[in-house]
Design a protein around this ligand. Structure first.
Ligand code: NAD
Ligand code: GLY
Length: 353
């Protein structure tokens, strides 16, 4: 087990990582006033663990599993229920689930009585390597991702790989998407991924690389908690296109769209001569080893949704793309240029190149 500290400008968080972290750290919250937010899948598997760990005195919201639950209606219903349960400001919200639960529970904690205590216990690989750390909280609005949100640091994050044992294979793939993103931002992580590329789902590898990704994110959040000076923006590599596809197609999970978005944006980076050689080939192979890249017919239509991206500060579409090992670059494209590059990439996929 290892502890990592996030030193954000607003607050520090401690992240306990590794096998045994849940047993070692969750029970201390037992005698506090607890409000747990979880989802239907996670509750079905882990309800006995919750009762066994926290007793039966806690209050609870169980959201239907899936991205659609990250909405304002559910946010208000959690807040109303917290009030009805007599939650005090000193009470603690525990987000027990994947990124959907973490994002909405974090937002509820940041709003309730102007902010109550928050503990994140992420149960998907994606939420362990990324979303539970760094304090971004959100719900979607009118289907557009993360429109209503806040920056609100959890007091503690408990990252225990035990939860990955029940995670469907597809969700492991989603987490690998974010891990590969960190590989494109951090040379040491990249080298470790390449060394283990035949064995990315191995338990020990995942435990080690999760801590590496969290360390990277903790450094970034320490430098730019509120996404203001360009440092944190790098964590959005592949996400402009990923989010646009997610909005338009919606059937896959966030992590799968991140992988697909990284693939299309890598094509654009190569085309612009920003990323190339063996490095670009390795990244492409890596992404393709985790997911089959779709050749979307209506890619030009879906490209329009990139206009909603929070990184855009003018009419151009902003992309964060890989450059060389451990280094990313920013590209700004006119919407029609962007759409035609995506279409070009799609055609190459269709041609099997
Ligand atoms: P998710 O929360 O929808 O979980 C994926 C699926 O796994 C769900 O069906 C869930 O019920 C199930 N599940 C969760 N834990 C399980 C377990 N241990 N065993 C079996 N099933 C389990 O999705 P996610 O991929 O964890 O998170 C995606 C969300 O995170 C998106 O909304 C995305 O926008 C957000 N996100 C936020 C940040 C951030 O910094 N706040 C970063 C990245 C992603
Ligand atoms: N996942 C992107 C961020 O936390 O900034």
């Amino acid at each position: 087990m290892t502890d990592i500290i996030t030193r954000a400008a607003s607050a520090e968080s401690v992240i306990h990582c590794g096998k045994g972290a849940f047993e070692a750290h969750a029970p201390k919250w037992k005698n506090k006033q607890i409000y747990i937010v979880t989802d239907s899948n996670v509750f079905a598997i882990y309800r006995h663990l919750l009762w066994g760990t926290f007793g039966n005195g806690f209050s609870l919201t169980v959201l239907p599993a899936g991205e659609r639950s990250k909405n304002p209606k559910n946010l208000i219903s959690i807040l109303k229920d917290m009030l009805a349960c007599g939650m005090k400001r000193g009470g603690v919200v525990i987000a027990f689930g994947g990124g959907v639960v973490g994002d909405i529970a974090g937002l509820a904690a940041s709003l309730y009585m102007r902010g109550c205590r928050l503990v994140q216990i992420p149960t998907t690989l994606l939420s362990q390597v990324d979303s539970s750390v760094g304090g971004k909280t959100a719900v979607d609005l009118e289907g557009v991702k993360n429109v209503i949100g806040s920056f609100y640091q959890p007091e503690e994050v408990i990252v225990d790989p035990r939860f990955l044992q029940t995670l469907p294979e597809r969700e492991i793939r989603c987490g690998l998407g974010e891990i590969i993103k960190y590989g494109a931002l951090d040379k040491d992580i990249y080298n470790k991924i390449i060394k283990n590329c035949g064995n990315l789902k191995n338990e020990n590898f995942l435990e080690e690389i999760t801590a590496d990704c969290i360390r990277h994110k903790a450094r970034v959040v320490g430098e730019d908690e509120r996404d203001e000076n360009g440092v944190r923006k790098t964590l959005n590599l592949g996400h402009t296109t990923g989010h646009a596809f997610e909005l338009f197609y919606g059937k896959k999970s966030h992590g799968e769209f991140v992988l697909i978005g990284m693939y299309y944006e890598l094509y654009i980076a190569r085309k612009y001569g920003i990323c190339g050689g063996q490095y670009a080939e390795n990244l492409e192979k890596l992404i393709k080893s985790v997911i089959k890249i779709p050749a979307y017919d209506d890619v030009e239509e879906s490209a329009k949704f990139a206009a909603f991206d929070k990184k855009n500060d003018d009419a151009k579409i902003t992309l964060i793309v890989p450059e060389t090992e451990g280094k990313s670059a920013e590209i700004k494209l006119l919407p029609r240029e962007y759409a035609s590059l995506l279409a070009e990439c799609r055609n190459k996929i269709k041609d099997g190149i």
